[in-house]
Design a protein around this ligand. Structure first.
Ligand code: SDX
Length: 375
């Protein structure tokens, strides 16, 4: 069977090359790279803003450029009254992913991008600055009826988000862990939400519509929603023994283990897993939650080596140890991946062709029409 026949059999565009991109290599010979820089180097050495700059402009910033970029993001944090009114109308029962999508769609109405897209870079910086404020403003209003401000001494998105969520200064260790997670989640080639953003951008739609569409794709548990689902899996076990027993049962019942498997990474594994696991261990290595996580990872390594843990599995426990509510895990993915989505939107716009594939028809043969009075 040829590769394209196998791809057709697998479905989901598996194995199909859907275009060219200079932004990321994902799972190819030289592993995961953003514009040629290895994810290991970026995750161990960079603030998230350095990587967001790389994705937005194609080069790592100088110290001066980074300083100026951070200042622009800080200046983009505040919500205006209209956006606050939209967020106050969203009940606390709403899923935070729908909240984030509503806020981005509202920005498309309240602060529209210019028709010629000449302000796309400003809009990208606005999204980087405002998204942590959106989640935290809504969190405090919907749950406690209080309105937060957007002033902070925190110079980074990581520190600012953690501070505004808890309304107290986060530890340096939490900030470093969050920087690493945001770097790891920033970009991943033609994943489902990024490809959604490209499709939307290819119709010459605006950046807010393209990002709102991508958020819709990211929400699903087969994609970004897996970090939330992995947390529910792990915390559902009261002991290591129960976890081993429970996972074996799930495998026997052919149930999906959230946080494992990947369309691109096979037995070689997801390079991001080891990098975020370091932080999960640092923050909570002596807890039952971490021990259960490791037990599940080891069992899967033994029973399903072709289903390695992906970036979501240890992100779950790392976020838990930082005190983040589980249904905020995927919104954090948005705060990071918005940098990758926008890199792809810019790239698509720079050399655009409407994305419109074909399908193999499997429906009925042509047939005669019968009027409703005769049916
Ligand atoms: C992300 O694409 C990206 O780059 C995404 C991402 C990014 O950074 O953007 O990396 C982020 O989305 C990571 C993936 C998060 N999703 C999960 O953790 C959900 C659980 N994983 C599975 O749903 C699955 O592994 C997918 C969706 C991630 C990939 O699935 P594929 O490539 O479509 O493969 P498949 O579903 O056809 O599975 C092949 C076989 C099946 O068994 P058979 O029907 O052949 O007997 O493997 C099994 C599947 O049932 N399988 C699993 C499994 N994943 C696949 N069995 C148990 N647990 C799993 N997690």
């Amino acid at each position: 069977m040829s590769a394209s026949q196998a791809a057709k059999k697998q479905g989901g565009l598996a194995g199909v090359i859907a275009g060219e991109s200079a932004i990321c290599t994902c799972g190819l010979g030289n592993g995961l790279n953003y514009y040629g820089y290895a994810i290991e180097d970026l995750a161990r050495n960079c603030d998230f803003e350095e990587v967001a700059f790389l994705l937005q402009y194609g080069e790592l910033p100088t110290s001066k450029e980074l300083e100026s970029y951070k200042e622009k993001i800080i200046a983009s944090r505040a919500l205006n009254e209209n956006l606050k009114a939209v967020l106050r109308a969203i009940p606390k029962t709403a899923h935070p992913m729908n909240l984030m999508q509503s806020a981005v769609a509202a920005l498309g109405s309240l602060e529209p991008e210019s028709d010629d897209f000449k302000d796309q870079d400003e809009k990208i910086i606005r999204l980087l600055g405002v998204l942590p404020s959106v989640l935290c403003y809504w969190h405090h209003y919907a749950n406690f009826g209080r309105e937060i401000d957007f002033n902070s001494a925190q110079k980074s998105i990581a520190g600012y988000f953690l501070e505004k969520l808890e309304l107290q200064a986060p530890s340096d260790e939490f900030i470093k862990a969050m920087h690493c997670s945001l770097v790891l989640y920033a970009e991943h080639e033609f994943n489902a939400s990024t490809f959604t953003a490209r499709i939307c951008a290819s119709t010459k739609s605006d950046i807010f519509s393209s990002v709102a569409a991508a958020i819709g794709a990211l929400r699903g548990p087969l994609h970004g929603g897996a970090n939330e689902a992995a947390m529910h899996l792990i915390e559902g076990f009261s002991s290591v023994e129960a976890a081993i027993d429970g996972v074996n049962k799930k495998l026997e019942n052919k149930e999906l283990l959230m946080g494992f498997g990947h369309r691109i990474y096979g037995t070689g594994g997801d390079p991001r897993n080891a990098l975020i696991k370091v932080w999960s261990k640092k923050l909570g290595g002596d807890t039952l939650l971490f021990k259960v996580s490791e037990a599940i990872e080891n069992l899967m390594k033994e029973k399903k080596p072709n289903l390695p843990p992906n970036a979501d599995f240890y992100s779950a426990s790392a976020y838990y140890f930082m005190g983040i509510p589980t249904d905020y895990f995927t919104p954090i993915f948005i705060m990071s991946r918005v940098s990758g989505w926008c890199a792809h939107i810019k790239e698509q716009r720079a050399n655009n062709k409407l994305i419109r594939p074909s399908s193999t028809y499997i429906g009925p043969e042509p047939r005669n029409f019968i009027k409703i009075t005769q049916r």
